[in-house]
Design a protein around this ligand. Structure first.
Ligand SMILES: *[C@@H]1O[C@H](CO)[C@@H](O)[C@H](O)[C@H]1NC(C)=O
Ligand SMILES: *[C@@H]1O[C@H](CO)[C@@H](O)[C@H](O)[C@H]1NC(C)=O
Ligand SMILES: *[C@@H]1O[C@H](CO)[C@@H](O)[C@H](O)[C@H]1NC(C)=O
Ligand SMILES: *[C@@H]1O[C@H](CO)[C@@H](O)[C@H](O)[C@H]1NC(C)=O
Ligand SMILES: *[C@@H]1O[C@H](CO)[C@@H](O)[C@H](O)[C@H]1NC(C)=O
Ligand SMILES: *[C@@H]1O[C@H](CO)[C@@H](O)[C@H](O)[C@H]1NC(C)=O
Length: 337
């Protein structure tokens, strides 16, 4: 072996020893107990602690976290990312550009997950003489149900066996992991306590309203008192009879009620909006022209509040073969009258 080669081997050996030492460095830094007192992501958990040691088990957390603000920012990024549920379920993320729909109470569930971490966080809490209550099982199931609804479109999640297995696994965790499975009698922390706005849908008012307008789901929850829905924003209307002065007769697909409305308040809907709307709204199957009566009779015209002079100016009747172009979305305040 020449001197040059020997030197090269030595250099490689030395540099690999150095790089191993550098890789070990993070493990040598002591874990910090982060107080959640000022956490914006986990306000209901403000008396409790998360250890920075959890980063070893949660790859989405930057390994160099030292403040609760950094923790908050990482959590907020994570719940908006495809890693929270889309990738584990084997679903395509491209259908959800630029952001994935927020699964109800995802932040609250993550807060509980990190605080209940037995290896590092629970010892932090013990050290500070606090015992964090578990997440309410109902909140855990709200999250699973939300993920189930969001991913129920076959186009989005083609690998159905992976999705089914993952959802079953999530449900099992809610039922049998003691960090998630508490009842309200056990002084559990609920999603409503941590994310009171919009029933845990955060800034997605449309989904919150659809949730609260479903009397079955709304009755099971007190969160709807804090949801302000108005105006039928995001409702879908089937355009039945446009007039040439900017008004039209249509059918509110949530109720089947017919009425007159100005076309400036609606815009043509898109296929993807229709699919989202379908999965969230009370109509679980795409309404077909057979099941919804879109026939506009003279009686409908005279009973609606549409001014009489307009009724005589009907431009044309829509064709049922032009199916998607029949659907319009309410974009500004518009009660059908
Ligand atoms: C943590 O590391 C990332 C890159 O790994 C870097 O961008 C960031 O500035 C670091 N933050 C702190 C607080 O050191
Ligand atoms: C998450 O996505 C929503 C919707 O695009 C956005 O309003 C919100 O600011 C995002 N949150 C974070 C922390 O990026
Ligand atoms: C269920 O999830 C846990 C935690 O993510 C994981 O460790 C486990 O392998 C999963 N089990 C199955 C059957 O997928
Ligand atoms: C929660 O899970 C623990 C551990 O699996 C179990 O012992 C306990 O009975 C469960 N509690 C409830 C209320 O299901
Ligand atoms: C459609 O019906 C729903 C349910 O009654 C109602 O809340 C909504 O305001 C209606 N939308 C319009 C645009 O009239
Ligand atoms: C309303 O909510 C209940 C309970 O969450 C759900 O089972 C049902 O499918 C929803 N109904 C409609 C019409 O969407």
């Amino acid at each position: 072996m020449s001197h040059a080669t020997l030197l090269l081997v030595l250099v490689i050996l030395v540099s690999s020893v150095v790089s191993q030492q550098q890789q070990q460095q993070p493990d040598d830094t002591p874990d910090i107990c982060l107080s959640l007192r000022d956490s914006s992501a986990c306000p209901a958990f403000h008396q409790f602690y998360v250890s920075t040691g959890v980063v070893d088990r949660f790859p989405f957390l930057p390994s160099n976290i030292t403040t609760v603000q950094q923790l908050d920012a990482s959590l907020l990024r994570y719940v908006n990312s495809t890693s929270d549920y889309l990738l584990p379920l084997g679903c395509l993320s491209t259908n959800y550009n630029p952001t994935t729909p927020y699964a109800r109470y995802a932040l609250t569930k993550m807060c509980a997950r990190l605080i209940q971490d037995a290896e590092d966080s629970l010892p932090c809490n013990t050290e500070h003489n606090v015992v964090p209550p578990p997440l309410c099982q109902a909140t855990c199931m709200d999250w699973v149900n939300s993920v189930t609804v969001i991913t129920s479109q076959p186009r989005v999640c083609s690998d159905n066996s992976q999705r089914t297995a993952a959802l079953a696994n999530y449900t099992t965790q809610c039922l049998s992991w003691q960090g998630y499975n508490a009842s309200t009698d056990d002084n559990c922390i609920s999603g409503f306590a941590n994310e009171p706005d919009n029933c845990g849908f955060r800034d997605d008012i449309t989904r919150a309203c659809q949730f609260c307008q479903n009397t079955t789901s709304a009755a099971s929850s007190n969160c709807c008192q804090l949801v302000t829905c108005g105006h039928g924003l995001g409702d879908v209307i089937m355009l039945a009879l446009p007039f040439d002065d900017g008004w039209a007769l249509g059918v509110n697909l949530s109720t089947g009620l017919k009425g007159a409305f100005p076309l400036v308040c609606v815009s043509p809907t898109t296929l993807s909006f229709m699919e989202q709307w379908q999965s969230r709204s009370s109509k679980l199957t795409l309404p077909s022209t057979n099941t919804i009566d879109t026939t506009i009779t003279a009686a409908d015209v005279s009973s609606s509040s549409i001014p009489k002079r307009m009724a005589s100016k009907s431009s044309k009747s829509t064709s049922s073969s032009d199916f998607i172009s029949l659907f319009w979305t309410v974009i500004t305040h518009l009660p059908l009258s």
